[in-house]
Design a protein around this ligand. Sequence first.
Ligand code: SF4
Length: 305
Amino acid sequence: MNNLTEQIRALAKQKNALILAHYYQSLDVQACADKVGDSFALAKYAKDTGAEIIILCGVRFMAESAKILSPNKTVYLPAPLAGCPMADMVTPDDVLLLRAEHPDAAVVCYVNSSAAVKAVSDVCCTSSSAVKIVNKTPGKNIIFVPDQNLGGYVAEQCPDKNIILFTGFCPTHHKISEQDILDAKAAHPDAVALVHPECRTEVRKHADYLGSTAGIINRAKELFAVGTRSFLIGTEIGVLEILQRDLPDAEVYSIGSTFTCPNMKKTTPEDILACLNGERGELTLDENESRMARLTLEKMVELGG
Ligand code: SF4
């Protein structure tokens, strides 16, 4: 642990602050955190903790989810300009327009969406719960926002539903091509390909395993424990770095040229220190919007997501 990390850990303890980091954060930021995880898992963790100050190292919608679930806690987004381009692709007006066009359809929003979009949706989902949530949502017609790739995967898995897809996508995952995964498999024929469902259909169809960020990490570790030694990773570089650190005897390769989410890399340990020193403004949400968004998140939990 370097001096800055030690300083951050000591100050966090003194102030009863909880530092949470997404898997895509840099390893330096992760080293400062009390917990590293997927976005909704971090928001739930924040809610269940006794800490009054939450420093969420990730992008804006993640800090918003933490604030929605913990309205009375002080939540900081250490890099205030860290947004998610995919979340920003859909607006509440887009959702309302789709609702007007499909009045009998329910709206399922991916957790990677703004509080304002969650507020006008019926139920939220994560990448690991999306299929279950859509299957359990009453009615045949489902508007799925914002990710066309996760939505496409859900449509494949839920043949009894009619999925009305929005056109959003994650620029980081959408970049990987079918040729990338074919080349990676040809170069490493013994490797197991673990891919995030935010990737395109033509990439997903060549995957040996499809799952969330946590799912990919856990699956790689399970397979390593039973003898698999080589992995192809189809998600953000943070996962590659975690697996290379945790499985030093494994061969872990990125599918395609290493892909990085620039927004996830905006947070630095210095930003965390600035939050602890009171040099950053806390994240605030419109109260009514937050209440409506909470219902959408609670509905997901009610449906088992
Ligand atoms: S990796 Fe994609 S979905 Fe995640 S924060 Fe970056 S742009 Fe958004």
